[in-house]
Every structure is written in C-alpha cells, then in structure tokens.
Design a protein around this ligand. Sequence first.
Ligand code: C5P
Length: 240
Amino acid sequence: MEARKRLIAALDVDSKEKALDLTRILTPYVGMFKIGMELFYSCGPGIINIVREQGGEVFVDLKIHDIPNTVSRAVKKLTGCGASIINVHAAGGKDMMKAAAQAAEDESVRMGKQCPLVVAVTILTSIGKQELNNELCISGEVKDQVHHWSLMAQDAGLHGVVSSAREAPVIKNTCREDFKIITPGIRPAGSAAGDQKRIVTPLDAVNAGAAYLVVGRPIIAAPDPAKAAAGILQEMTAGE
Ligand code: C5P
C-alpha cells in the first residue's frame, strides 16, 4: 500500500470548521481522517459523512467499551454512519469483541456496503510498564499483554488491533498475515512526545509492520500541517 493511504491524520479539534480546514489542507497527504471523541462529541455523528464527502475515509475512534449488547448496537450505528474503521477496547472481553464484529458484518450486509475494519485497542500508547503493573494491576511486560489481547481479538473475528509499533513485531509473528496493526504514538525525529510513552518514528513504524500510522499533534499542531504531513510521508518511505 502506498504511504499516503497508510497515513491517518487525527482531527483532534472541536468544530466542523477546524476539521474541514484540516481535511482540505491534508487530503493530498493522508489517506484517512480520524474522528475522535472531541470532534464527535462536538459535532455529532453527522460529522462522519461531512468529512467523508470532503476528505475521504474516516476512522471513528470512540474506543467503545461496554457490555456486548450495547457495543453491538453502537457498532451497528457507526457502520451505518459510514465509518471505515471502528475500534473497541480489547479489555471488554471476547464476547464483546465478537458482538462488535458481528454487528459490523450484519449491518454492512443489510446496507449492501463494504464492512468496516473493526479493531481492538490493546494497551494505550500513553501507558508504560509502570502504569500497566502498578495502576492497571496487570503484571508482566506491555508486549505480552498486547500479544494476548491481539490473539483474543483475532479469535473474536476482529480485523486488527491498535497498539504501539513497538509491539508490532510480536503481533506480526503470531497473528494472521492480513491482521491489521494500527499504530498511534508516532513521533517524527525531534518532535515532542507529549502524553505518549511508547513512541516510534514513522520509518520504524513502517518497518515494524504497521498497516496504518495515526498522527495527531505532530501534524495538526504544526505551524504548517501540510508540510508536516509531507515530511512524515517522506520519513515513511526513507528506507525505500
Ligand atoms: O497527537 P498524537 O499523535 O499523540 O495523537 C494520537 C491520536 O491517536 C489521538 O487522537 C489519540 O486519541 C489516538 N490514540 C492513541 N492511542 C491509542 C489509540 C488512539 O493515541 N491506543
């Protein structure tokens, strides 16, 4: 897949105007836009179609985590709204993930459209070993937990996971070839980590086997977002 199609820009803004400004500027450089909680809660589900009409495909990043019945109904709605990627928390358990996958499949068939990718959030990239062990009370290494949840997500019929690219090799080694790894926590050389802990450069993420790279602040908070996105595309292909 060409680099542009693999780059997802996070529209972490609070209005339709700001989101559309960014989609207009960034469309030549990114293949998909991510609508997270801030934009979704500011504008409502209609923002998905608005971004699709102007900018292309949409990853709806609401990190759904609830009982299977509730998750199923939420995923059905997001599938109907035109999301290309939807995510749920692996911590919600296998039955919850199965319900999510089934709902997306059923609604897509009913509407006669392509099924969105339904992926599981493993360990947030803002969590390190210290927080995993001492706050979440999950023992061991981050990579072992990510590995466990990735296998669980695959068994549940999901299409991939969200993780740091640091864990991508272990996922690649054990999951299906077409099981997608989506990696946030991307930081071009020299940029600020912010609240992210398990950060990786664009080239390292590509080399580790990430299917998609999610980038927020390094693009949208840059003085020139188009230039920043172009720079990331260049970094992604630096090894070719
Ligand atoms: O600004 P930054 O590049 O850190 O933004 C990363 C984006 O990816 C944010 O929108 C964040 O919500 C999202 N994300 C994440 N870690 C995950 C899943 C999604 O950082 N595990």
